[in-house]
Design a protein around this ligand. Structure first.
Ligand code: ATP
Ligand code: MG
Length: 407
């Protein structure tokens, strides 16, 4: 039998539970004290919610550790309830936190003690076996509850104690750690009704965002058409009118005006094409997302590798958003990153379209400094997607966007 890294991981997890368990010991007293002050002078109306909100923060790491131990992604926790005595007291998450305190003290402490024994037991026992003679004669060291007064007892009792610790490490810590992590997960997990309520909140927000983005987009298109194309067409109509009037008296001037009018018409058409491109880039219709991403990459001054999987049919809004994400990310790379190379990857994973744009530049992207990245986040949120930006100072920068595309 050999000790695997999984055994050590389990022992470390349990030892962590022991430490947090010990640190949680004063919690019931603290909460009782805070509740007692409710009766006295009403101070508790302030103190108790504070203590319970503190407890919420305190259970956060336990929630994350349990999921990390079970190898699961950590689901987001419910945000803190809005301040207020009644709200905090009646929040179901408060009941869960209190149940966690009780269970963590009753189960976490003994389980954690086993973890510590398994982890620290072997080296400590070996040290005790070697150094038993340093203990005062009237208070000899105990190994496996046997007082050690000779090398023979040190070796025999020490070997016994070592065996116990190793046996715990080999056979006890993994089931105990698994049990503990599952218990924490079950205790702190929001109920399905709460998860549903949370989902509705998120969807309401993203729906409001979508409506806002839609309205902003309509305003922008209206402004572009009004200030650009319409102004040019008005000028064009005026030139044609003057040309019509001067045609008989001054054909030379009329010809010049007609030439200007033709140039104006061409400009207006170019302007119109530009506006159309910002609504639904025609290249998407012509060459699909794959071809459009390659065209964007070819236009980027930094060498870009493009990897696009077979994507299957996508809703037009998702395709357009993906296009604008890649366009803005590559523009940023060209403008800010000072990168040697960059990459664009688009793939479909189940009902999601995943877009990753990365560069090896100097990093430090900060969406509060411009409107491009914030615009991406808004556009993506409007489709109920997620945006992740990693850009530590010194680089590299990775922008990941996750767009739900179940049609
Ligand atoms: N790939 C990148 N590498 C390094 N820095 C970046 C990168 N992308 C963005 N940044 C930094 O983050 C800031 C915000 O980017 P954002 O796209 O929001 O605005 P912008 O590009 O400056 O302006 P615009 O509103 O025209 O997009 C940029 O000003 C830049 O300093
Ligand atoms: Mg930008």
């Amino acid at each position: 039998m050999i000790v695997t890294s999984a055994n050590l991981r389990a022992a470390r997890y349990l030892t962590g539970a022991l430490l947090t368990g010990v640190a949680t010991l004063p919690m019931p007293l603290l909460l009782l004290g805070a509740s007692a002050t409710v009766a006295a002078a009403g101070l508790g109306f302030v103190l108790l919610p504070l203590a319970l909100l503190g407890l919420r923060r305190w259970t956060g790491p336990a929630w994350r550790r349990a999921h990390a131990y079970l190898g699961e992604p950590v689901p987001p926790r419910r945000p803190d309830p809005p301040a207020g005595f009644r709200r905090v007291i009646t929040d179901p998450a408060t009941r869960r936190d209190l149940a966690w305190v009780a269970a963590h003290l009753v189960v976490g402490l003994p389980f954690g003690a086993v973890g510590l024994l398994a982890l620290a037991g072997p080296p400590v026992t070996l040290a005790q076996m070697a150094l038993w003679w340093l203990a005062p004669v009237d208070r000899p060291l105990s190994l496996l509850a046997v007082p050690v007064t000779s090398w023979a007892t040190a070796l025999a009792a020490g070997a016994g104690q070592l065996l116990v610790c190793v046996a715990l490490l080999l056979w006890a810590v993994r089931p105990l750690a698994g049990l503990h992590a599952r218990m924490v997960r079950a205790l702190l997990r929001p109920s399905s009704a709460e998860r549903l309520a949370e989902r509705v909140d998120v969807l309401t927000e993203s729906r409001a965002g979508a409506l806002e983005a839609h309205a902003a987009e309509l305003r922008r298109i209206e402004r572009d058409l009004h200030d650009g194309t319409q102004a040019q067409l008005v000028a064009l109509a005026m030139r044609l009118g003057v040309a019509e009037r001067t045609m008989a008296d001054d054909p030379e001037r009329a010809r010049g005006l007609l030439r200007e009018a033709r140039d104006g018409a061409e400009e207006a058409m170019a302007e119109l094409r530009g506006v159309v491109r910002t609504i639904y880039p025609p290249i998407l219709a012509d060459r699909g997302l794959d071809g459009a991403a390659s065209a964007l990459a070819a236009r980027c001054p930094v060498p870009v590798t493009v990897a696009v999987d077979a994507l299957g049919p996508l809703p037009a809004a998702v395709e357009a958003t993906a296009y604008f994400v890649v366009a803005e990310a590559l523009t940023n790379i060209a403008k800010h990153a000072r990168a040697e190379r960059a990459s664009v990857a688009i793939r479909r994973e189940g009902a999601s379209l995943l877009i990753t744009v990365a560069d090896d530049g100097h990093g430090g992207a900060d969406e509060s400094r411009g409107s491009g990245l914030a615009g991406i986040r808004r556009r993506v949120a409007a489709l109920d997607g997620a945006t992740r930006l990693t850009s530590p100072p010194g680089g590299p920068t990775t922008l990941e966007v996750d767009l739900p595309c179940a049609s």
